[in-house]
Design a binder for this molecule. Sequence first.
Ligand code: NAD
Length: 273
Amino acid sequence: MRVGVAGCAGRMGQMLLKTLAAVPGVLVVGGSERRGSPALGMDLGALAGTEPFGITVGDDASVLFENADVVIDFTNPSATAQHAGYAARTGAAHVIGTTGLDSEQVAAVTRAAQRAPIVLAANMSLGVNLLEQVVEQVARILDTEWDVEIVEMHHRHKVDAPSGTALILGEAAARGRGVALRRVAKRSRDGQVGPRVKGEIGFAALRGGDVVGDHTVLFAADGERVEITHKASSREIFARGAVKAVLWAAGKPPGLYSMKDVLGFSVAKPAAD
Ligand code: NAD
C-alpha cells in the first residue's frame, strides 16, 4: 500500500513516518510540508530517525494524492481543507487527524467525501474513543442535577482550544443527554459570569510544558463527583490509530468515516421503552 504523509516534519508527521516504516506492506511514497519549511529537501528517513527513505520532502501535497493510495494529514485546518479537494480529485483515501476545523472546512471535507474515502478523527487513540462511548453512557444515566465539565491540558505549542478531543467528549455527553452541544456549551469563563446554568457543559483548557494530551470529564452533583480521565503519555498512540485508519480506509467506497468505523466500536444502546 502506497502511503503519503502531509505535514511530515511536524510532531505527528515525524512520529507517523517512524511508525509507518515498521509496518509490513506499507510503502511511504512521499511527504509534504508547507512552503518555506526548513524540512523541504530533507530525506524522510532523517525526519523519522531511521535509514534514508531515498525520498525528499516536497511542498506540493497534490503530488502525494496522485502517487499514494492513502494520505495521512496532521497539518492545519486550511491545509487540510485544501488537501481534501485533492482527495476528491484523485480518489485517494484521506486520513485526517488535524483538529480545529471550522464549519466551512468541515463542509469542504464532507463534500470531498462524496468522491473519496475520508476518515476524520480529532483523536485516533483507542483509549479516547473508548472514553467517548463511556461518557455518552454515563451522561445518559445521570440527570442534569449532575454538572458536566471537561478539563483538558496540552503542550505549550497547541494552537486550538478547547481541544478537538474535548469537543468530541462534549458532543458525547450532549448526545447522552439528548441535547445539541452548541446549545449548552460554555467554552470559557472569565469575569462576572454569574452562577452556573443548569444543563450547561463547560470547558477549561490548560496549556503548558510538553503534555501530550490529558482529558477529564467531570460529573459533579451535591455530595459526590465522578471523574473519567484519559492521559496520553506518547504520540505513538495517535500514530498507531492513524496507521489502523490507513489500513482500513484503503479501497473503501467514498464516504466520511470516523475512528469508530475503523475500530468497529458499537456499544449497545439501552432498549427503547
Ligand atoms: P505540528 O505543528 O508539529 O505539525 C504540523 C505540520 O504541518 C508542520 O510541520 C507544518 O509545517 C505542516 N504544514 C502546515 N501547512 C502545511 C501544508 N500546506 N502542507 C504540508 N504541511 C503543512 O503539529 P502537530 O502537533 O503534529 O499536530 C498537527 C495537527 O494534528 C494539529 O491540528 C493537532 O491538534 C492534531 N493532532 C491530532 C491528533 C489525533 O489523534 N487526531 C493527535 C495529535 C495531534
